[in-house]
Design a protein around this ligand. Sequence first.
Ligand code: BG6
Length: 482
Amino acid sequence: MVARVIPVDPFDLVVLGATGDLAQRKILPALCRRLAEGQMPPEAQIIGAARSALSLAAFKEMVADNLAADRGGARISADDITAFLDRLEYVTIDARSGDGWQELGARLRPDITRAFYFSVAPALFGDLAQRVSEHGLATPQTRIVVEKPFGHDLDSARALNAMLAQHFTEAQIYRIDHYLGKETVQNLMAVRFANILFEPLWNARFVDHVQITVAETVGVGGRADYYDQSGAMRDMVQNHLMQLLCLIAMEPPHRFDPDAVRDEKLKVIRALDPVAPGDVVRGQYGAAAGLPGYIDEVGDARSHTESYVALKVGISNWRWKGTPFYLRTGKRLAARTSEIAVTFRDPPHSIFGEDAEWRENVLVIRLQPNEGMTLRVMIKEPGPGGMRLKDVALDMSFAKALGDDMQIPDAYERLIMDVIRGNQTLFMRGDEVEAAWAWTDPVIGAWTADATAPLSYPAGSDGPEAAARLLQRDERQWREVR
Ligand code: BG6
């Protein structure tokens, strides 16, 4: 299957924080691949901006080293890298002072799309917005891209929204949640809204429960300073898992357009029940199997930051009242798996008698790795012995269905091109982020008020046992994370 590449118009993109990890690891490689595939036009200009007093040659060398070190994967050749380096400029700039801004302004071209990507510590978002605006760099075609974390709680998110609103309209602000750029996450909308099959069953009458799992094998690694102030609830649940929940639970938007989609997501967040204290489990990994524990990695034996959360979530609306959504995410788990499993209810009556063995129908959408979908259905086991039932999986791997050479683009490739095209569908609106914090804050607040440490789980395991009990209590169980 050949992807259809529609080139975007020429643009100037300023990557603020261009020498940082995110820019080098994600943003610049994503742009390089888009250029290689013909989507980014040769007239595009990418201006790296950072505090380091680098020459353009030194900046290019840094970018080239990163790209060559397999940052771009097999899809980037040496020629692609050379062509990409030709598109780069570099300006030394200080977010907190006026240094460098005039020079930056002189390089920007009038009358074309202009984007400023804030790939910096959140504490600098306000300064950057102000500098861009006071130096007259914000034209009507200007957009800003703001990375997560967008605030630390509801108050800080509100303050940040208000501050950005002083300089930019909502239509100019692109708040990134990179999960929305993942092909398989967008696929949730295609599965739900491009098929008639699921919609009639997609409600509390037919769905017993939903499980959303984002399990990682990595620990906090080099991000200890950030992560220890954040924890799994802020780092993953408030944004990535919340977005997955919204895409599964929302009503069909009347069109696939930015506000129609975001209006429906917002309604889901607002309909979430507050989490009861007994419906949440928080954990922290301890050293095991040769892997360090969380407190060793962050270097603070007293840290109560959670590296794991499991929650039971209710949605109070007509579609979902009575169907629990179970969410879990954690670091240093047994496997890296992200999936959504929708378990349907049993048929109302068994014509095969009381003794027939039932397994529920389950639709599993695998987000990563082995992207695909599985539907578990009951069939007759072949052969003699009466009407014996058996559950089998209708298993579809997207790679097999779409061709083994199918390349799944990185989330940032799609998202940056959407910024240039001016399409906000896959970006979070200000009210959506605030609603997500409003729901998350009380959970975190209760932990802060409670001096109890998170439950320990061995690194490389399935998480704390209490998470298993959360479902056992409801006579359900988590799917195995493998
Ligand atoms: C980031 C979190 O937003 O998402 C990280 O800050 C996490 O802690 C990462 O590891 C997971 O993203 P992905 O794309 O690897 O699933």
